[in-house]
Design a protein around this ligand. Structure first.
Ligand code: NDP
Length: 459
């Protein structure tokens, strides 16, 4: 045979694992190289450990609510090393499961770093040998960036941690500063706050969560402040120093803040450096992402790329969808382009922000005239719980067709609700479809089918 493998997959994350398994199940000879741990960002240092930490962080609020329901709670104590050890055990279990499933599908797992030697040859760096493949799939993902941009190279930036290290701190920081206003910054701000740390979010813009519906951004920002998370807007670090065992950060606003840790959550960069893709004719974009066409094919006709390394939508289910489309197109002779429309997403703050479809601002930018429905209410739990927590739901409807263009929730279980709303939006549901659906009572989700009164129309 001309090549050692029919398919060589670089990267054992969500995309690489799914693509290798599905391709091997068609009878292809498949190898997968992973230099770190099987499971990638999602399983090892992303979604899964993050959600476990989110659950841990929410106990403190449940304890606060308990007396309203008749419970007396004695002294509560949180132990960070216990949480981290238990989390690590679960991650190790999932990693083993991933490895087992990949092997069971007939994929050869190569625990090594693979780099391009020529268009069909990969060098395995540690083993110092080469292998050849007819087709290659780049699924190397991305990693947190530490670069704050050429105009923002801050002295002492190397003293800061990223989300990767946050999962393995030997002790809980008493005081933490978090730079950024995206998914990771906001999720960790709520995690550390819920676990008892003093948290300051340091964000360069006017309001966190750029790209989300403006009402959701306002609701989240207000809620963070109500909870006691300090939100510093229009703010950036200018210098970080170590003084004894503590860090000192200076900001462009003239503040000097002492803390135990500084977490940079200012975006992620594709893992393509030192991969030598140029030796295979694969072109990269400005951020180092692999440029791909609608079918995830790179500029080299026998090389594809999926997932975060392509910088399309950085979400696990999207990488898995792209993997399935790749196998369908390349190994099942059924050209299938990934569909990135109506992808739901959630930020696992407390409470959560979740959305599917267009924000009010994007709908207007796209030329729609919109009817907007909003519901702002106190969830039943908090009537006895006593805390001032409110849920906001918002629906953006096209005034002409009645189609629901976007659905946005800031509230408990928002992610669970939006997952199902996404099915309705994909099916082209109209506001009338929502209105004629009978409510399920008493839930928060029922608000989505009982929002009878239009809040306003635009333009
Ligand atoms: P995001 O792109 O979501 O946010 C980056 C943040 O950093 C933005 O607020 C941005 O500000 C700010 N920023 C960028 N550059 C600088 C700089 N030079 N100085 C200061 N601030 C800066 O990135 P994340 O790292 O939070 O997450 C990466 C991706 O991972 C997300 O986009 C998401 O797709 C995915 N993810 C999904 C999760 C989920 O589904 N729950 C959880 C975690 C990650 P500005 O807005 O001004 O550009």
């Amino acid at each position: 045979m001309k090549y050692d493998y029919d398919l060589f997959v670089i990267g054992g994350g969500s995309g690489g694992v799914r693509a290798s398994r599905m391709a091997a199940m068609t009878g292809a000879r498949v190898a997968l190289a992973e230099e770190s741990r099987m499971g990638g960002t999602c399983v090892i240092r992303g979604c899964i450990p993050k959600k476990l930490l989110v659950y841990a962080s929410q106990f403190s609020e449940n304890f606060l609510d308990a007396p309203g329901f008749g419970w007396s709670i004695g002294e509560t104590k949180f132990d960070w090393p216990t949480l981290i050890a238990n989390k690590d055990r679960e991650i190790a279990r999932l990693e083993a499961l991933y490895t087992k499933n990949v092997r069971a599908a007939g994929v050869e797992i190569i625990a090594d770093r693979a780099i391009f030697e020529d268009p069909h040859t990969m060098r395995l760096v540690n083993a110092n040998r080469t292998v050849t493949a007819e087709k290659i799939l780049i699924a190397t993902g991305n990693r947190p960036t530490r670069e704050m941009g050429t105009s923002h190279v801050i002295p002492g930036g190397e003293l800061c941690i990223t989300s990767n290290e946050a999962f393995h701190l030997s002790q809980m920081p008493g005081r933490i500063l978090i730079a950024g206003g995206g998914y990771i910054a906001l999720e960790f701000a709520h995690i550390f706050h819920g676990l008892g740390a003093h948290v300051s979010l340091v964000y360069r813009g006017e309001k966190p969560l750029r790209g989300f519906d403006d009402d959701m951004r306002t609701a989240l920002c207000d809620s963070m402040r109500d909870r006691g998370i300090e939100v510093l807007l229009g703010c950036e670090f200018t210098k970080v120093e170590k003084r004894g065992s503590r860090l000192h950060a200076e900001t462009n606003k003239g503040a000097s803040i002492e803390c135990d840790q500084i977490l940079l959550a200012i975006g992620r960069q594709p893992n393509t450096d030192a991969l030598h893709v140029e030796k295979a004719g694969v072109e990269l974009g400005k951020k180092g992402e692999v440029k791909v066409d609608a079918y995830s094919r790179s500029t080299a006709p026998h090389i594809w790329a999926i997932g975060d390394v392509t910088d399309r939508l950085q979400l696990t289910p999207v990488a898995i969808h792209e993997a399935m489309c790749f196998v369908e197109s390349v190994f099942k002779n059924n050209p299938t382009a990934p569909d990135h429309l109506h992808v739901p997403s959630a930020v696992f703050t407390t409470p959560e922000v979740a959305a599917v479809g267009l924000s009010e601002e994007k709908a207007l930018l796209k030329g729609h005239s919109v009817d907007v429905y909003k519901s702002h209410f106190r969830p039943l739990l908090h009537t006895l719980g006593g805390r001032n927590v409110r849920t906001l739901m918002k629906m953006i409807v096209d005034s002409k067709s009645g189609k629901v263009l976007g659905c946005h929730i800031f509230g408990d279980h928002a992610a669970e609700i939006i997952q199902v709303a996404a099915v309705a939006l994909r099916m082209g549901a109209t506001k009338k479809d929502f209105d004629t659906t009978i409510a399920l009572h008493p839930t928060a989700a029922e608000e989505l089918v009982t929002m009878r009164t239009k809040s306003y129309s635009k333009p």
